[in-house]
Design a binder for this molecule. Structure first.
Ligand code: CP
Length: 306
């Protein structure tokens, strides 16, 4: 069982917790390959997906994970709820808690709201992304995906590239990669790199690191969080930070490319490289990350609830 019941940030998890999640995900991943993709493990438990911000991957994979373990899943969409009639978040929570749910999975656009909710409720809470702060389940599924391609984490060279300023994925992934002994470097222009990333090895162009990394992790440009223009033009972004076929070809044997999704095609990754992801043996792991997400979220639901 995990040391903490709620999962709010990567720092809440010890190395032992993380390895336990990986091992538990291993034991669940084959359920998704069966004809009957369901086991009774969490029968009688109720999970609520409380999403105050859009999501495809995280929301759907928590729902699939809960259903494969036979838990009941309630999907709450803020846009069609009584929040629109002026009900507060806390009153919304009181209403949901009155239905005797067992676990809350929550995403919110404000950093810190998930912690407020966790302080308010007595049941476990899993952070599905809060503002620019944390996305711990993304970090766990990214680590799990890396584990499918490499024998050990220690010493792996990972370069993370793009919009650090607005990225909760960057904060969570850096924390988990460093915790597991990986060598993390950053690729970004100064305007996309906040001061709290001082101390890391930083490059300004993907070309500086492309031939030496084991993992190239491309961050999404978070246009929805940018209240002003942080980068001069797409052409400039393409010149320094985008992955195209020419750069892909320079990567070393066995090296992989990851992205949390959704991809801004033609910005972080070219259309042509996106086409390459169709082959399962390929080095672009975007869909493998999504598949890992189901197994990892099954593991988390099990470890928190069972
Ligand atoms: N990676 C991720 O969080 O994607 P969604 O916004 O689609 O959930």
């Amino acid at each position: 069982m995990l040391n903490k019941t709620s999962i709010l940030k990567v720092d809440d998890l010890s190395v032992e917790d993380i390895l336990k999640v990986m091992e538990t995900a291993d034991s669940f991943k084959d359920i998704s390959k069966r004809e009957i993709k369901k086991v009774p493990t969490l029968r009688g438990k109720t999970v609520v997906n409380l999403f105050f911000e859009p999501s495809t991957r995280t929301k759907t994979s928590f729902e699939v994970a809960a259903k494969r373990l036979s838990a009941d899943m309630i999907n709450f969409a803020a846009s069609s709820s009584s929040l629109k009639k002026g009900e507060s978040i806390m009153d919304t929570l009181r209403t949901i808690l009155a239905m005797q749910v067992d676990l809350i999975v929550i995403r919110h656009s404000d950093s810190g709201t998930v912690k407020l909710v966790d302080d308010f409720v007595e049941i476990p809470v899993i952070n599905a992304g809060d503002g620019k702060h944390q996305h711990p389940t993304q970090a766990l599924l990214d680590l799990y995906t890396i584990r499918t391609r490499f024998e050990k984490f220690e010493g792996l060279k990972v370069a993370i590239a793009g919009d650090f300023l607005n990225s909760r994925v960057a904060r969570s992934d850096i924390a988990i990669f460093e915790k597991m002994g990986m060598e993390v470097s950053l690729v970004a222009p100064a305007m996309l790199l906040p001061e709290d990333y001082s101390g890391f090895k930083v490059s300004h162009c993907i070309d500086d690191i492309i031939e030496e990394v084991d993992v190239l992790y491309l961050l999404r440009m978070q246009f929805e969080r940018q209240d002003r223009k942080f980068y001069p033009s797409v052409k400039e972004y393409n010149r320094f930070l985008s992955l195209d076929m020419e750069r892909l070809a320079k990567m070393k044997e066995g090296a992989v490319v990851m992205h949390p999704g959704p991809v801004n095609r033609g910005i972080e990754i070219s259309d042509e490289v996106m086409g390459k992801r169709k082959s399962p043996s390929d080095r672009v792991l975007i869909e493998e990350q999504v598949t890992s997400g189901v197994a990892v979220r099954m593991a988390l639901l099990y470890l928190v609830l069972a």
